[in-house]
Every structure is written in structure tokens, then in C-alpha cells.
Design a protein around this ligand. Structure first.
Ligand SMILES: [Ca+2]
Length: 464
């Protein structure tokens, strides 16, 4: 994509979580409107097919562009579903961006450097879209970031409307319209009537779903456009241009010059189809990659051979893309010396004997009261893993106590972590037998990669 068109984004974590665990963000950009060279010149595999000149049609919309600021332990991908719904209602994908930041150093308040970066992201979005003011959303800790940004009148002059989602209450700027979204089902913030904001009633929704569910979408769309949405679904399209970002989990540090091999995989087995990747991409500034043209009804593996100097290769598995999307986040492990890295280190140690990784839901928490999530037939939505109080959005799976046996117990290393939990399962490595993840009948299959040398598996579930 053209360097001038990078959007940035980030979701926000809860300000109520343990500061130790806050995470970082990164900033990224999404869709572009010009001719895009989707292949990489630096470090591409020699004989891997490359896509060139993937032309994305120029797009104009009557509504202001949108910038999302994520919360702690979050990133811009938490806005993926709403971005696709907005696009299904006529928004240009390139007018919806996210701002990612390091919430380890921005818990409860933004650093000056973060505010500077956010302002640059705002200016870039305005310049690229020709808009005079934009619409901003903050989620959880992102509300505190937005607060620290908007308290400067020069900044708030650039933001016509703002949505404060499940975050701090603060003195909103006079010249910015504000919508507040909170739910009694949110275990972290709860229901709040923000002074100076419109606070529509919401159903019982968890801390993530209050951002991503249908009811908040309807409220956001009406607030931004003055009209109810035509649809609340992600409408399928023949055009599926996919791009996104590679960043470190929790830190949101952008990974530049990182190779990504994109493989179509068999829906039933997760086995790669063909002898070489569909395309090999290399991340650019901001960790941005793509876009590439995805096929319909096709499951994909995104393989990152070198997550970093320190961590293992990464295999990310996703369900078929329904339409274009530019917020696909591929998250590598954080550096060991960071708070998040310390927390996560050693959970899936390299071994030739077993597989391990992480199951993530981008749109809501996994709740044992309503969900069944099985890993190789073992129920992971259990006490200590998927309690409503923990707002669990990511579940590690590994033989945590390294006893060579599936204990089906919570991983103790993650007992105090916000949003992250784990399940002890011993899954012998075997690339010829599918490993099935099943969330209420929603199914993703992968090979049983040995963590040494193949690295870890990430499975991404989405609501739509
Ligand atoms: Ca075990």
C-alpha cells in the first residue's frame, strides 16, 4: 500500500486490570485506494508466486472517517467486526482505521509520545480522506487515551463525534458529540451513565461485546450517520482484499520486514493445499502487510517463519473471508523481558513431542455458562478458564506442567492474567492427523505442529 495511506488503530484494555499486564499497542494502517503492490521485494521466497498491482478502486463516502482506539491487552482487531459491518453499510474500508499503542506504558493515561502519534494518525486519516473532522471511538483503556488526546482543544476540533465504550468517565469536550456505550454485563466497567453523553440502553454484554455486538453497532451507526443501518450483518462480497498487521502480542510493537506465507488449507484437516503458498508477503512500516485477494469459502493459514529473533515460528488459522477486510492482526509473542513476555514465557516451550498455542476470539469473551470450546475433544470452557468474571478472550493450550498427560486443568501461569487463560492439554505432534478446535460447532482444523521446530498455532474465531 502507499506509505501515505497507513491508518493506525488500537483497541483499549480495561483500566481496572492489573497494571503489570497492560499491553502495548501498535499503530497500523489499513486499506488504501491506489494501485497496490501486494508482494514483497525484500526477502520473498524466490519461487513463491507474488501478486502485483492489486488495484483497489477509489472510494468516497458521505460520512466522516472513523478511528478506533483499543484498550489494554487489546489491539485494532477488536474493531474488525464493526468495521466490516460499517463497510457492509457503505463505508469505505480505507476510511476506517485503528490506532495501536503500548498499553503497558499507557495504562490509565497516555504518554506524550502516544498523544503525538495519535494526533499524527488523526491528521493522516483526515488528509487521506479529505475530511475536516473525524469520528473516534475509545474502548476501555482507549477511553483514557482519547480523554488525554481530546482535552487539547486543537485536538478535539478534529473530532466531530466520539464514542466512549466501557471506559473511564471524564469531562467530554464541549464541541464534540459523545455517545456512551456500557452494559451491566461488563465485569470490568459495568453500566455507567456518562454525564454529557447519550447513553442508550444496552443488553447484557461482556467487556468486549459491548464494543462488537449488534446492538452497539446499531447505536454507533445511527450516531455517526443519523440513520439506522441497512444491515447488521457482514455482507458477502466477491471482492475479498485482505490486509493487516503483524505485531507482538500485548505489546503491539509493529513487526517490520517480517515474511508471511499465505496458504489455503483444507477445511476439514487444516492441511495446506498445493505445493507453495498462494502468496508471500512482507510487512512494511507499521507492521502492515497486503492486501492480497482471498478466495471465497477458503480457510487460510498465515505462516510467519521467523516470529522474531527470540520466538518461534507462528501458524495463524482463520475462517473464510466474506468480504474485504484490512484489520487482520497476526500476533507474535512479546519479548521475554516485557511484563507480558514474562507472563507468557514458557507456556508452550519448544518441544519436538507436542503442539501448543492460543485460541482467540476477536469479538467477545468465552463463557463456560453458554459456550463449549473443545481442543482435540477436551472441553476448555471450564471453571478457572472461562468464568464470566475473567472476560476470557484468549485461551492458551499446552501441556503446561510438562507431564506428558492431558490434565484438562487451568494453566496456573495465567491464573491472575486479565483476559488470558489457559488449559493443560498434551497433544502429541503429528502433522498427518488433524487437530480440531470446536466453538459451539464452529470448527477450525490444523495440523499438530511440533512446537520445535514448527512453532505455535493461533486459531482465530470470529462472531461472523
Ligand atoms: Ca499436563
Amino acid at each position: 500500500m502507499a506509505p501515505t495511506e497507513r491508518p493506525t488503530h488500537l483497541p483499549c484494555p480495561a483500566r481496572a486490570v492489573a497494571p503489570l499486564l497492560t499491553l502495548a499497542l501498535l499503530l497500523t494502517a489499513c486499506g488504501s485506494e491506489s494501485s497496490v503492490d501486494a508482494h514483497d521485494d525484500a526477502g520473498a521466497v524466490d519461487d513463491t508466486p507474488v501478486q502485483t498491482e492489486l488495484v483497489i478502486e477509489p472510494c468516497e463516502q458521505p460520512h466522516a472517517p472513523v478511528l478506533f482506539v483499543h484498550g489494554g491487552f487489546g489491539s485494532g482487531d477488536q474493531f474488525t467486526l464493526q468495521a466490516q459491518r460499517l463497510a457492509s453499510n457503505g463505508y469505505c474500508e480505507s476510511h476506517i482505521r485503528t490506532f495501536d499503542y503500548d498499553s503497558q506504558t499507557n495504562t490509565g493515561m497516555a504518554t506524550a509520545a502516544t498523544i503525538t502519534r495519535l494526533d499524527a494518525a488523526v491528521d493522516s486519516l483526515l488528509e487521506d480522506t479529505g475530511a475536516e473532522r473525524l469520528h473516534m471511538l475509545g474502548h476501555s483503556n482507549g477511553c483514557s487515551i482519547a480523554r488525554d488526546y481530546l482535552e487539547d482543544a486543537e485536538h478535539s476540533a478534529k473530532v466531530e463525534k466520539y464514542v466512549n465504550v466501557a471506559g473511564a468517565e471524564w469531562a467530554f469536550p464541549d464541541d464534540t458529540e459523545v455517545l456512551g456505550l456500557t452494559s451491566e454485563g461488563d465485569q470490568i466497567i459495568g453500566r455507567v451513565e456518562y454525564e454529557g453523553a447519550d447513553n442508550p440502553a444496552m443488553p447484557v454484554l461482556d467487556h468486549i461485546a459491548i464494543l462488537t455486538a449488534v446492538e452497539p453497532f446499531e447505536a454507533i451507526h445511527e450516531f455517526f450517520t443519523g440513520e439506522a443501518p441497512e444491515t447488521t450483518r457482514v455482507v458477502e462480497s466477491d471482492v475479498r482484499h485482505v490486509s493487516g498487521f503483524v505485531m507482538n502480542f500485548a505489546e503491539n510493537v509493529a513487526r517490520v520486514d517480517t515474511t508471511i506465507d499465505v496458504w489455503p488449507v483444507d477445511a476439514e484437516t487444516g492441511e495446506r493445499i498445493g505445493d507453495e503458498p498462494t502468496v508471500s508477503l512482507v510487512t512494511e512500516e507499521g507492521g502492515a502487510f497486503g492486501p492480497f485477494a482471498a478466495e471465497a469459502d477458503t480457510y487460510y493459514e498465515f505462516f510467519i517463519p521467523d516470529g522474531s529473533e527470540m520466538d518461534m515460528p507462528l501458524h495463524v488459522y482463520v475462517e473464510p473471508f466474506k468480504r474485504s477486510m484490512h484489520l487482520l492482526y497476526l500476533k507474535t509473542m512479546p519479548a521475554p523481558l516485557t511484563a507480558a513476555g514474562f507472563l507468557l514465557s514458557g507456556i508452550a516451550p519448544p518441544t519436538t513431542d507436542a503442539t501448543g498455542g492460543i485460541i482467540q476470539h476477536t469479538d467477545r469473551a468465552i463463557d463456560k455458562a453458554i459456550d463449549s470450546l473443545t481442543v482435540d475433544g477436551v472441553e476448555a470452557a471450564i471453571d478457572g478458564v472461562a468464568d464470566v468474571e475473567s472476560t476470557t478472550v484468549a485461551i492458551f493450550f499446552a501441556d503446561g506442567n510438562e507431564n506428558g498427560v492431558t490434565d484438562a486443568t487451568p494453566l496456573s501461569q495465567l491464573s491472575i492474567a486479565p483476559f488470558l487463560k489457559g488449559i493443560d492439554v498434551f497433544i502429541p505432534s503429528d502433522e498427518d492427523t488433524p487437530l480440531v478446535f470446536d466453538l459451539n460447532g464452529q470448527r477450525i482444523a490444523t495440523p499438530r505442529w511440533a512446537t520445535d521446530p514448527e512453532g505455535t498455532i493461533t486459531v482465530l474465531f470470529a462472531s461472523e
